[in-house]
Design a protein around this ligand. Structure first.
Ligand code: 5GP
Length: 199
């Protein structure tokens, strides 16, 4: 998606260790118009799929998923929580996820009553790197008996294996910007092409 690629080039900050900072429009400050355009693109890509719910994980996925929901008939957005909370009601589905950015393991949790067997789910997240966060969400979907119709990602780092692994497993992964290479010294970023995207 050209608009997202241009924004990454303009405002993204490349850190050592393969980390891209996009706090000014995606992870800290939210560009709602951009999120809206991202949602429209996912809706175009997954137009033939039945989507009952969008599933994401706190915290950066929440804003993106909520705005994207407007392009999916305002379906409910469920977000996996990263810590136990006394507000969680009843039994929960859990999965262990290794955090790429924080270098620690989190348990992600979804209350069982929010995912009903047979529902069709679109998973949305901000980044795809090694795929640990998505594998945790997929594990929760499998436990709940819901169908993963597709995966919408804002930024995939194509030089890490998550996207290739998930596609090899048969998941439809729509990453709106795929970074094949980025150089912290020069600031150069090379984008790849998402087979499902229009531009
Ligand atoms: P994965 O689980 O696929 O290895 O990493 C995905 C998660 O780690 C995303 O939910 C995102 O929060 C975080 N993440 C991974 N790489 C980056 C990065 O380069 N920049 C930012 N801002 N977050 C990242």
């Amino acid at each position: 998606m050209q608009e997202l690629e241009e924004r990454i080039k303009k405002d993204g900050i490349i850190r050592e260790g393969g980390v891209l900072k996009v706090g000014s429009f995606l992870n800290h400050q939210c560009d709602v118009e951009l999120f809206d355009h991202m949602g429209q693109e996912w809706a175009r890509i997954f137009k033939d799929k039945k989507i009952d719910k969008i599933l994401t994980v706190e915290s950066s996925g929440i804003g993106i998923a909520c705005v994207a929901s407007k392009s999916f008939n305002s379906v409910p957005v469920v977000f996996a929580k990263k810590t136990e909370s006394i507000n969680l009601d009843g039994e929960s589905y859990t999965a262990n996820v290794h955090s790429f950015t924080h270098k620690r393991n989190n348990t992600v949790i979804v209350t069982k009553s929010l995912l009903n067997p047979g529902e069709h789910v679109l998973i949305v997240d901000d980044f795809l790197a090694n795929g640990c966060a998505l594998r945790g969400l997929i594990q929760i979907c499998d436990s709940a008996g819901v169908v993963v119709e597709g995966i919408g990602i804002a930024i995939e780092k194509g030089f890490q294996p998550g996207g290739k692994d998930l596609r090899a497993q048969g998941y439809q992964v729509a990453s709106l910007a795929i970074i094949e290479d980025m150089d912290a010294e020069t600031g150069d970023i090379t984008f790849g092409k998402c087979a499902l995207c229009s531009e």
